[in-house]
Write a protein that binds this ligand. Structure first.
Ligand SMILES: CC(C)(COP(=O)(O)OP(=O)(O)OC[C@H]1O[C@@H](n2cnc3c(N)ncnc32)[C@H](O)[C@@H]1OP(=O)(O)O)[C@@H](O)C(=O)NCCC(=O)NCCS
Length: 222
């Protein structure tokens, strides 16, 4: 599996329903060691996508400050890595403080790099966040969406969220059922499988690099 494989994969028809329907996608939990990956991912978003993701045209500096501020003790971040271990997609689940009688609530934000869109990654990260939030006792998921963001609206509506529009903005609220043994096991197994997937990709990447070095070395040239 080389860089050529990755390029060929990215060139496959992006909206192939079959891809999304059957392919298992590894979702990895992100930590402070992934801040630089997150920064690279988020600053690769174009102006329009930055407005959709952050509700404003965030500058590189604002994105850097946002990434630095993520509190990995309190919140959760998830990502889908490509074969070169770059973040193709990432999501942030921010847990809100429980005040008085308020229901435990978390806010969800997501982004998928353009070349990886329409493969089900956005929906996959949303489903993953729902399971994780349920397992942490969250009862309400909140998502701020721009009115014109058809893809995000499709994702939350498919999950059964109630969407309220206010001018150019929409707020989606998804009540979450309690966790079950199945949701706990699903998260645990998914986590371990994603770790294995990451190690495998790292191994393949190292072999790729080694092969490149060998091909460049005059000692191994025919
Ligand atoms: C929104 C976003 C995350 C969607 O990611 P994605 O991986 O392309 O989405 P998926 O492939 O999982 O598709 C999810 C649904 O949206 C639909 N969809 C995807 N792109 C679409 C588009 N451009 N127009 C209309 N519908 C679209 C898909 O058909 C699918 O619908 P279905 O469940 O009814 O089949 C991505 O477009 C993005 O990163 N946008 C910029 C940042 C952003 O808007 N973030 C959301 C704010 S929280």
């Amino acid at each position: 599996m080389s860089n050529q494989t990755e390029i060929l994969e990215a060139a496959l028809p992006a909206d192939s329903a079959a891809t999304a329907a059957w392919a298992w996608v590894a979702v990895r939990t992100l930590g402070p060691q992934h801040r630089s990956h997150m920064l690279t991912h988020l600053t690769a978003l174009g102006d329009f996508d930055r407005s959709l993701r952050f509700g404003q045209l965030a500058t590189d500096e604002q994105i850097r400050a946002y990434v630095e501020r993520i509190d990995f003790e309190r919140d959760q971040a998830f990502g889908i890595f490509d074969r070169r271990l770059q973040l193709a997609a990432m999501a942030h689940l921010a847990f809100e403080p429980v005040l008085g009688e308020s229901e435990p609530t978390a806010e969800f934000g997501v982004s998928v790099l353009e070349r990886w869109r329409r493969r089900g990654y956005g929906a996959r990260l949303f489903d993953h966040a729902v399971t994780h939030a349920r397992n942490r006792g969250v009862r309400n998921l909140l998502i701020h969406i721009a009115r014109e963001n058809s893809a995000m609206l499709a994702i939350v509506r498919r999950a059964g969220a109630e969407v309220q529009f206010d001018g150019a903005e929409a707020t989606a609220q998804l009540p979450l059922p309690q966790d079950t043994l199945a949701t706990q096991i699903e998260e645990l197994v998914g986590h371990q499988a994603a770790e294995l997937d990451y190690r495998f990709k790292r191994h393949v990447l190292r072999l790729d690099k080694l092969r490149e070095v060998c091909l460049l070395s005059p000692l191994v040239r025919p």
